[in-house]
Design a protein around this ligand. Sequence first.
Ligand code: NDP
Length: 260
Amino acid sequence: MTQSIMNRFRLDGRTALVTGGARGIGEATSAALAEAGARVILTDRDLDAATETATRISANGGTIIPAALEVTDSAAVNAAARDLVAAHGPVDILVNNAGIARSNIPAEKMSDDEWLSVLDINLNGLFWCCRAFGAPMLERGAGVIVNVGSMSAEIVNRPQEQAQYNASKAGVHQLTRSLAAEWAPRGVRVNAVAPTYIETAMNAYVYDDPELMRHWIGGTPMGRMGRPDEVAAVIVFLASEASSLMTGSIVLADGGYTCW
Ligand code: NDP
């Protein structure tokens, strides 16, 4: 007998791990996963920040365990996968959210370091986490990975130059499809959400810049940026059995930005 549709959105009894969970989309996602019933391991490169956020959002209920995880350090990621599973049991859901954006860097002037630092977190770090947490999922024949991509993988943002960010997120989308195809026969689903501009600390400066407002807000059919909780809602869907037929999907949550 099939489970009721609304029950399929619930995550009771699952353990979810979020990277970069101390603020922004990662914080909203950790809160949303907990609200859906999951036990959440909220990781960030800064353990104090992870602990402060975990304490604050678990005041609304749910179990949120803070942990340190620097995604660019593949040895540390492997060790965390081993130690966190030993301490808390298998990770059923991995949300690869940690990422940085660096803009207004014309490509011809971009230094090696400016290029590498973004690729290292957004693409390499995401892969280290998929590999380390995906391997035990494959052994168990079950697991879900949700990657945070970006509409910047599909379009070129205006007016700011950010070739390294756009390329890193295009890599995330194609990695998502590649892992999805490899791992689907072994019970692991891999999808991504591709948000528009979201109201986080990263983007607070837009409201003071008429040129950015014209391109970012004026270029969006819905005429606004997104909120972190609106991305979190898509992630909960992709993490849940409600999306059981989906793997390799890139779900745009962009207010229509890519329609124009
Ligand atoms: P924030 O900067 O608000 O939060 C990112 C979190 O990740 C911070 O806590 C940050 O720590 C942490 N982090 C950064 N680098 C690492 C690392 N190497 N290892 C572990 N944790 C790390 O970002 P957002 O919430 O805005 O973005 C989250 C994701 O969403 C990113 O992948 C981003 O590219 C993507 N995205 C964001 C959009 C937006 O408009 N905001 C649009 C589309 C996609 P610290 O504070 O120390 O830097």
